[in-house]
Write a protein that binds this ligand. Structure first.
Ligand SMILES: Nc1ncnc2c1ncn2[C@@H]1O[C@H](COP(=O)(O)OP(=O)(O)OP(=O)(O)O)[C@@H](O)[C@H]1O
Length: 192
């Protein structure tokens, strides 16, 4: 299955949509398994420290995908999209990320939210924005959740990922792309 709409991608093995990887796995299902295995094993380690800024965000991606991709932690260089939606063009990623993380800092990293409802609303705003930027070629969804967990902890709450409902969450993420944040706010709120 093609999971990304991407223009010709030098990061893939020729004639395939499989990303070149350190284990040289050319079968997508096997690569998915390997990726998740490496991700889970890195999750057990101390995570990179940082300032909840874009450098920190990229360091997290590098940490979790360092075993799989040479470009772990680096931003995308080709145009990608999913379904009907095209993400930020690569030439604008840095500026858009700078803008978003400056806005996050201006909002006190969401730690000033009055209560869980307010936090969920702000977190949905952030997730919708970072998803539209989609800084990486792969691994965006997982790093979004890692970072949301950090923001939640920093605000004094706890994100219970056992309460994540994959299908409604994905649908809510897709709606957030068009500016409808209510379903995503509700999905985050039920995990707090
Ligand atoms: N049609 C869409 N429009 C906008 N965002 C989408 C669409 N489909 C999926 N997404 C979002 O894209 C992100 C997934 O990106 P990516 O595949 O790079 O991450 P991943 O970590 O490799 O995969 P996953 O999140 O599925 O484990 C998720 O946040 C998901 O909600």
């Amino acid at each position: 299955m093609v999971r990304y709409n991407a223009v010709e991608d030098p990061l893939c093995y020729p004639g395939t949509h499989v990303l070149r990887n350190k284990a040289d796995i050319e079968d997508q299902d096997l690569l998915d398994e390997f990726e998740q295995l490496m991700f889970d094993s890195r999750a057990g380690e101390t995570l990179p420290d940082g300032e909840l800024d874009f450098a920190h965000y990229r360091a997290l991606h590098r940490h979790f995908f360092q075993d799989v991709y040479d470009w772990a932690g680096e931003t995308r260089t080709i145009r990608t999209g999913k379904g009907e939606n095209w993400f930020c063009y690569p030439e604008y990623i840095q500026n858009e990320a700078d803008r978003l993380f400056a806005a996050l800092a201006a909002r006190g990293y969401l730690a000033a939210a009055a209560d869980k409802d307010a936090f969920a609303q702000e977190a949905a705003w952030f997730l919708g924005e970072i998803n539209a930027i989609h800084p990486f070629r792969e691994g965006n969804g997982r790093i979004q959740l890692v970072f949301l967990t950090m923001l939640t902890r920093n605000a004094g709450y706890r994100l219970d990922d056992r309460k994540l409902r994959p299908k409604p969450f994905l649908e809510a993420m897709i709606l957030s792309f068009s500016g409808n944040l209510a379903p995503l706010t509700a999905e985050i709120r039920r995990m707090l």
